[in-house]
Design a binder for this molecule. Structure first.
Ligand SMILES: C[S@@+](CC[C@H](N)C(=O)[O-])C[C@H]1O[C@@H](n2cnc3c(N)ncnc32)[C@H](O)[C@@H]1O
Length: 248
């Protein structure tokens, strides 16, 4: 695929690593499978699609991002979605919630565009005792466990879409869960799913290196599956959250 100059260089770089790293794709496909397994009936909207890896896995998904790219279906800000009420069965997001300036605005919009029984299915960083030092010191994005994940304001026009607080999803699933339930009583939030123990950090993610060969990925993921119920809350690097819009 050609690489148009107008596309944000970080999305292009993600796309390059995605195409060049079978180890990464295998690990992501395992996570995509888990997300796909949570989808409700109806059309699926992806927000923050970036390089578009999820659509390769689920071709019917409608892809959007706040940044434009020729392979995406639409430009859309999660905080002001250009869709009618009750128009989707699902919203999927991979590594996006922690980049949204005001997640509260996204949840209000999700509530509007999802049909009753519709779901938000998100895969995000998990901040656990083991993952915290990695995300805090080895990953370029900020991490602030003292932030209020539901604070509100007017979205800035010139904000960098890659600005982040990696702690937001963990705060919403944990310390701020009650606050979320009070702010959005029409949503039902499922228990957090703590995922990814060794394979993901050892793969180097979107960095050009990997400490594991391709042949070891599937056995490692199988081992993780057995260990997750015991070690997940302490060691997980990924958090999957499923939020359902209640039926009237
Ligand atoms: C880390 S990237 C993840 C991209 C892709 N989902 C993936 O897994 O490779 C985060 C994406 O969220 C997008 N984004 C940030 N703020 C957004 C917003 N308010 N609305 C929609 N997309 C947003 C960014 O432009 C970026 O493409």
């Amino acid at each position: 695929m050609s690489t148009p100059a107008s596309v944000d260089h970080r999305i292009l770089e993600f796309g390059r690593q995605w195409r060049n790293k079978p180890v990464l794709r295998e690990i992501y496909h395992d996570l995509y499978r888990r997300m796909a397994g949570e989808l409700a009936q109806g059309r699926t909207l992806e927000i923050g699609s970036g390089a578009g890896g999820f659509k390769e896995f689920a071709p019917d998904v409608i892809t959007t991002d706040i940044l434009s790219a020729p392979w995406l279906d639409l430009v859309a800000d999660a905080q002001a979605l250009p869709f009618a009420a009750d128009s989707f069965g699902n919203i999927v997001m991979f590594d996006v919630l922690h980049h949204i300036e005001f997640p509260r605005r996204f949840f209000s919009e999700a509530l509007r565009v999802l049909a009753p029984g519709g779901r938000i299915v998100m895969m995000e960083p998990a901040i656990t005792p083991l993952s915290w030092p990695f995300y805090r010191f080895l990953h370029a994005e900020p991490l602030d466990l003292n932030a209020d994940p539901l604070h509100d304001g007017a979205p800035a026009q010139d904000r960098d879409p890659f600005a982040a607080n990696q702690a937001i999803p963990t705060l919403l699933a944990g310390a701020h869960r009650t606050q979320f339930a009070a702010a959005f009583p029409q949503f039902k939030i499922a228990p957090p799913r703590w995922l990814s123990l060794f394979a993901y950090p050892l793969s180097g993610g979107f960095k050009p290196w990997s400490l594991i060969p391709y042949g070891l990925v599937k056995p490692l993921l199988k081992l993780e599956e057995a260990l997750l119920p015991v070690l997940g809350r302490l060691m997980a690097f990924r958090l999957m959250t499923v939020i359902e819009k209640r039926r009237p």
